[in-house]
Write a protein that binds this ligand. Structure first.
Ligand code: PMP
Length: 352
């Protein structure tokens, strides 16, 4: 740390992204990326947009906003596009958390970092023993609520009815539902924005739409919430979405069959991996996401992570006390999963 850093950031512990080692070629099942390439239409439109990169991107992302409004059945002033959904989440912490925020103790690790960064008081509410959310903890809580649905790293989803109860009971606070993984098996609450002006739904093009490197996310909510988020956006970086990514986003929305097909393949692969892991003595949470969260009956999560890494397969391990027995594994292609299964088999033979 230099002596020039503003003292309010001196204790900030930044988010640790999943590792991207370059020492050898790994099978990457650690950052919940898609194993499939972006839709051909998205690639083509991004390449075309590259021809006009001498111009600034459209700060309003008009073409993308029109395409998305049509796709999601909303008005054009009910959506904001950002540089990944991380950015819209950060904006929400900046904009809506004057009275503090609440989120589960086990959830997306960036929430607490955004809270710290923006000087927001926050409380982490423990998940139940089985890692599910007790919705009673969020009823009338009088703080800004952040819930990932499905949650990460557990993959467990809440029902639309339960989320509606939380939104309805907190009319004076924003409830942010982070639907980064919703396309893999949960139900979106986007239709509820018509009924509740305190609901903000965030989604990303990084997972089901295979555009993690393009960095495209968005928030959908009432016109006034979106207006507030735009105040923050235009006060930080109006050109937050680059032209190639905006074009790729339109291509992806227009190629729905390709995306839906990929999501179906991920769901099939998830089921396949769950069955195989059960045979090896793993138990896991019920995942509606593109990853599973699994625990072996006798080997710790860290050992599994380290041994797999030695054998060229990257998965994610969290040191946090409640999570240390677990391993989070991204659902890759069938071929990637078969290598993972083979390596796990070798590890179990070596260790047991
Ligand atoms: N929410 C959750 C729950 C996530 O796991 C992630 C990805 N790590 C994000 C949001 C942000 O993803 P992106 O910025 O790529 O849209």
């Amino acid at each position: 740390m230099s002596c020039f850093l503003n003292s309010k950031f001196s204790r900030l512990v930044p988010y640790t992204p999943g590792e991207q080692p370059k020492d050898m070629k790994y099978i990457k099942l650690n950052t919940n990326e898609s194993p499939f390439a972006p839709s051909p239409k998205a690639q083509m439109m991004a390449a075309k947009a590259a021809q006009s990169l001498q111009l600034y991107s459209d700060p309003e992302c008009r073409d993308l906003v029109f395409a998305a409004a049509k796709y999601f059945g909303i008005q054009t002033d009910e959506i904001i596009f950002t540089n990944g959904s991380d950015e819209v989440l950060n904006f929400a912490f900046m904009a809506f958390c004057e009275n503090g925020a609440v989120f589960p103790d086990v959830t997306y690790g960036f929430y607490s970092v955004f809270a710290e960064l923006n000087g927001v008081n926050y409380k982490e509410i423990p998940l139940k023993e089985d890692f599910s959310v007790d919705i009673n903890d969020y009823i009338g809580v009088n703080k800004t609520v952040f819930l990932a649905n499905p949650n990460a790293p557990t993959g467990i989803a809440l029902s639309v009815e339960d989320i509606e109860k939380i939104v309805k009971s907190n009319p004076n606070n924003v409830v942010v539902i982070d639907e980064a993984y919703v396309d893999f098996g949960a139900k979106s609450v986007i239709p509820l924005i018509k009924k509740y002006d305190n609901l903000l739904v965030t989604q990303t093009f990084s997972k089901s739409r295979s555009l993690a490197g393009g960095r495209l996310g968005f928030g959908i909510g009432s016109k006034k919430l979106i207006c507030d988020l735009n105040t923050i956006k235009y006060s930080t970086n109006p050109y937050n979405v680059n032209s190639m990514t905006a074009a790729a986003g339109i291509g992806s929305l227009e190629d729905d069959e390709y995306i839906k097909n990929n999501c179906e393949k991920i769901k099939e692969n998830r089921e396949y991996l769950e069955k195989e892991l059960e045979k090896f003595g793993f138990s896991m949470t019920a995942s509606s996401a593109n990853f599973i969260f699994a625990k072996h009956c006798s080997i710790g999560g860290k050992d599994i992570y380290l041994k797999l890494k030695e054998k060229g397969v990257l998965v994610r391990h969290f040191d946090k006390e409640r999570l240390k027995d677990y391993t989070r594994i991204t659902i890759g292609s069938k071929e990637q999963l078969d290598v993972l299964i083979e390596k796990l088999k070798e590890i179990l033979e070596e260790l047991l």
